[in-house]
Design a protein around this ligand. Sequence first.
Ligand SMILES: [Mn+2]
Length: 374
Amino acid sequence: MDRFTLIHTGDVHLGMSGEAFGARAAEHRQLLREAFTRVVDQCLAQPTNLLVIAGDLFDGAQPSRKTVEFVRAQLGRLGQAGPGTEVVILPGTHDPLTRGSVYEEWLRQGLPEHIHLLTDPKGRPVALAGREVLVHGGPGCLHLAAEDSAPFNIGVIHASLQLGNLLGGGEPALTPRNVADTRMNYLALGHWHRFGDYSTGGVTALYSGSPEITAIDQAERGQAVRVELSRGGLTRHERLPVGQLRREETEANLADYDNAHQLVEALRRQGDQDLVLEVVLTGLADPSFHYDAAELEEALGPDFFRVRVRDKALLAQEEITESRYPPELIVGRFVRLMRGRIETAREAGDEKQVRTETQALQWGLALLERKESA
Ligand SMILES: [Mn+2]
């Protein structure tokens, strides 16, 4: 064997309740299935020796019978035609190998020949293709070491990677040194839901990311990775877009709209059933502008897969009564200063300057008051 091709996925989270997707939760669960189906399709579209699933295939240790049947049917497709595709699954943090878990049940029942579970806590490898290919990994295992006896060594780890000193949370994490020390031809990482290339010390190490968006703030479209290994150590990879949803963030300046209805109409023009839209409200709204983030989300709901509205706008005040702001406070001094500047501009007959100064007063007041109430 001179060349070896694998597809790497993980963090599929099948069966996820998808609360963040609200009324679309059931549809979202279906999209997770469709994305996983497309990963399997990719294994069949071009000769693929191995499918690696780097943890969190399921959203829980005891997925529903339907979800398990779905996975078995999909993986079954890979054992049928020609030489077929071997499948190696690492239990993750959401779907650990515990008593009563789906993986324990599979081990008890026995699995089809082409499906392998990485169950050894020391990460000892599963041997494929007459020991030419060794796939190392085990539940919670962070330290792996390639064996020189095999031309192809592949590692599978489900963990965060510690970058600099920024890691919080205290969960066990992989270091770039751990990555280099594995000396793997390829290290398939799981746990982070977005693609990332963390190759180091001659080891190609990638997070595949989830095949479909699993959270509203997940910026990138779902994907998997195809990796081609050549004898002699050359590793090439290609990202496979398998997700359907995309996410965008859009800023809406309330000063550009007369009312909430106008704003909704404008946002609707971006309407797309595959789009997860994050709307950030900004600017200084006129006092007559009545809006509510939750109501906007509801109004836009049917036009998108999901909408989230974040309110960073400031509401202008109808009337600014000087007596509310004692002159000894900063806000009081600010109001009097700006009033004076508005008056000066008015006396000079400079209407443009009056508007600018009035807006500056509103902005400053809104910001100072927000600060005081926080
Ligand atoms: Mn995950």
